[in-house]
Write a protein that binds this ligand. Structure first.
Ligand code: PEP
Length: 232
């Protein structure tokens, strides 16, 4: 089971340090835990979680080693910092920053090549779901990805992210099984995962963990979800 906290554009270095000091005191054996702070907070997280089993990942990565790409960060730079992995293709990147299946593919390949662990996000919008296009969308998004020992896929239906409208466990299971039929990799679920709904989502046979946004920002709710994963 993998529980990853996507902090989005929250938690600067000072808040990150405070969170990580609290996190390292927790008993979290039996679950793989990853925190994904914003770029500016990665160094603090790496430093404060050193010597623990808790991994630190970025939220995005560029496909080139270096170059004139203002605002971007390369996989080599993340590695130099001691970062373990990265999220790629989050729906907020696709929605607000022009991320496409093609750029997702380039980022994933570069990150894997550089030795980073990757959580690649896929999922349909509300409109696509209403039109019965969920599988077609997933098929298209997954067509650019290949299985890799360091690749995990996150099924994140866009309509469930930050909305409080969690997928039913049955839908999460069905979509995760479909994803695995396209790309053989572990699949984690993301979309309004909270301490109260984590157990039943994580109990689904093809759900191998969770990508947690809002509820990963408070130590108490994040560790409650990690404990639900330990029990599942
Ligand atoms: C996310 O940002 O990946 C996410 C799943 O957010 P939330 O848990 O807040 O829906």
């Amino acid at each position: 089971m993998l529980i990853a906290g996507n902090w989005k554009m929250y938690n600067g270095p000072a808040e990150t340090a405070e969170f990580c000091l609290g996190l390292r005191e927790q008993e979290l054996e039996g679950v793989d835990v990853v925190v994904c702070p914003p770029f500016v907070s990665l160094a603090a997280a790496v430093q404060l979680l050193a010597g623990t089993e808790i991994a630190v990942a970025a939220q995005n990565v560029h496909w080139d080693d270096e170059g004139a790409f203002t605002g971007e960060v390369s996989a080599g730079m993340l590695r130099e910092l001691g970062v373990y992995g990265t999220i790629v293709g989050h729906s907020e990147r696709r929605q607000y920053f022009g991320e496409t299946d093609e750029t997702v593919s380039k980022r994933v390949h570069a990150a894997l090549e550089a030795g980073l662990f990757v959580i690649a996000c896929v999922g349909e919008t509300e409109q696509e779901r209403a039109a019965g296009e969920t599988e077609a969308v997933l098929r298209r998004q997954l067509a650019v990805l290949e299985p890799d020992d360091n690749l995990v896929l996150a099924y994140e239906p866009v309509w469930a992210i930050g909305t409080g409208h969690t997928s039913t466990p049955e839908h999460a299971q069905e979509a995760s099984a479909f994803i695995k039929s396209q790309v053989e990799a572990p699949v984690i679920y993301g979309g309004s995962v909270k301490p109260g709904n984590a157990a039943e989502l994580l109990a689904q046979p093809d759900v191998d963990g969770a990508l947690v946004g809002g509820a990963s920002l408070e130590l108490e709710s994040f560790t409650a979800i990690c404990r639900a994963a330990i029990r599942s």
